[in-house]
Design a protein around this ligand. Structure first.
Ligand SMILES: Cc1ncc(COP(=O)(O)O)c(C=O)c1O
Length: 480
């Protein structure tokens, strides 16, 4: 069923009005969906459509079906997982991206999209203070960024010992020793799995109580590798539960003692500490690595999805990713094809929303935002830690806070009380925070990373957490 030009205006206006209303109401409503997944599935479930339906009805139907199952991820008191808030300006750029419908695989097909990407890449390197001749692939998120960087790593360390993995694969290849921290993010293991390097064939280096790699243990793991071995080491900027940073100067120095070691940094959100003078000391030294993975959809607040795979050696990056075909234009000197740095050929023009957010916030806007989020994380941590029975389990160096309830109880009882308090907080819906296991016990994890979060949100949230804990403690004491 086609739509006339007038209908397009009406449909897009209708969608915009719903979006504006949704955003307007977000901070006053429940900070959680009112439906479970099962309920959402039942709401959407209907037989395969046989006959098309008018665009306006489709938009209206989608809003009616989807809204009860939406999280307040764009709001000011959403602290679940590590999720940026899809900034208004980024969304506007993203809408235009969809409306323009560019397939941003190469610069001939999509000159403007490729140019926005190339310039955004240059700005990103400047703001993150990484080598200005590094290459960047714009991917779906940090999982894919880790994958792309580690693909470049795999190709290059094997090339140095005479093995062409891009042509010959891993059949008969020299083994690769992978070294990483005990508290590396799960998606690093996914990347190793996709690359045929295996999740379990890794050397895990012990970490401290905040999840940062122990420098001496890392040095020992590198020293343990034979000089003719092929090594990929992975360090982390911003541990998911604690925000901890690995000791980069020592890690870079140790990795450089091995003649064939590629050092990769997973910095999904922590890499942005480098853009904030107040926090940058945490991430000093990591510029000495070979590759870096980070997200746009976390601290840069671009809409989902957007991540950046950054590689010091652009040739290694391109060798790992390039798709060549006779019908595709070749790249002359100085021209950059987006698809040469990512797995996909046909792809979304993520450069537009990245360009828009960098342009809108600027270097100082990013620095101020990161500083504010980290300050508010400390505000929440200090407030809840003052309440008997609650403990903050991490050193709040960045924006992540791990909170444990029932700290004077047995481990099992503390787990129970923590899960009950998380459920009580979620049910009340003043804020949203989820749970995670940290060093063997359950914690409530808060990630302060939503663009709009302010002092009053931090205070309100801390108070709601304390009150929920008091209710849980009171009800369990009363029952007992
Ligand atoms: C340290 C770290 N690495 C990788 C990822 C995966 O990022 P994404 O979900 O954007 O793929 C995350 C997600 O939170 C993370 O915290």
């Amino acid at each position: 069923m086609g739509e006339s030009t007038d209908d397009v205006t009406a449909i897009w206006t209708q969608a915009t009005e719903h979006a504006v209303r949704f955003r307007h109401d977000i901070d006053t409503g429940l900070q959680r969906p009112s439906q479970t997944y099962g309920e959402a599935l039942a709401t959407f479930d209907e037989p395969t459509p046989e006959i098309g339906c008018g665009g306006s009805d489709v938009v209206e139907g989608l809003v009616r079906l989807a809204e009860p199952g939406l999280h307040a991820m764009t709001g000011r008191r959403f602290f679940g997982w590590v999720i940026g808030s899809s900034h208004d300006v980024g969304v506007a750029a993203d809408w235009l991206t969809s409306a323009w419908g560019q397939n941003a695989g190469n610069h001939s097909a999509a000159p403007a999209a490729s140019a926005a990407e190339a310039v955004s890449a240059r700005w990103l390197l400047d703001i993150l203070r990484l080598p200005d001749d590094a290459s960047i692939g714009l991917v779906t998120g940090c999982t894919m960024a880790n994958f792309v960087c580690l693909a470049a790593a795999r190709g290059e360390v094997l090339r140095r010992v005479g093995w062409d993995v891009e042509r010959n694969g891993l059949f008969g290849a020299p083994p690769i020793r992978v070294i990483l921290g005990e508290d590396a993010h799960s998606t690093v293991f996914s990347a190793l799995q996709y690359l045929g390097l295996g999740q379990d064939r890794v050397t895990r280096v012990p970490t401290d109580s905040n999840g940062a790699i122990l420098a001496d243990a890392f040095a020992a793991a590198i020293a343990d590798a034979q000089s003719d071995e092929v090594v990929i080491a992975i360090a982390q900027a911003g541990q998911i539960n604690t925000g901890a940073f690995d000791p980069f100067p020592a890690i870079v120095a140790s990795s450089r003692t091995h003649r064939n070691c590629w050092l990769h940094i997973d910095g999904a959100f922590g890499l942005w500490a480098r853009a904030c003078p107040d926090r940058s000391s945490l991430a000093e030294g990591l510029e000495g690595a070979d590759s870096w993975a980070t997200d746009g959809h976390k601290w840069l607040q671009t809409p989902y999805d957007c991540g950046y795979a950054i590689v010091r050696d652009p040739d290694a990056h391109r060798r790992a990713m390039t798709i060549a075909a006779s019908y595709l234009p070749s790249v002359s000197d100085g021209e950059r094809d987006p698809s040469h740095y990512v797995p996909e050929l046909s792809r979304r023009a993520r450069g537009f929303s990245t360009w828009a957010m960098l342009k809108h916030l600027g270097r100082t806007g990013i620095a101020d935002m990161v500083e504010r989020h980290c300050r508010l994380a400390r505000t929440i941590a200090e407030a809840v830690a003052g309440e008997p029975g609650i403990a903050v389990m991490n050193d709040v160096v960045l924006n992540q806070v791990a909170v444990r309830f029932g700290v004077n109880e047995t481990s099992e009882r503390g787990d129970q009380l923590t899960l009950q308090t998380i459920a009580a907080v979620q049910d009340e819906g003043v804020l949203f925070a989820g749970g995670a296991k940290w060093k063997g016990v359950w914690v409530m994890r808060l990630s302060v990373i939503g663009f709009g979060t302010q002092e009053e949100d931090a205070r309100l949230s801390a108070e709601a957490i304390i009150q929920a804990w008091r209710r849980v403690r009171h009800s369990t004491v009363t029952i007992a």
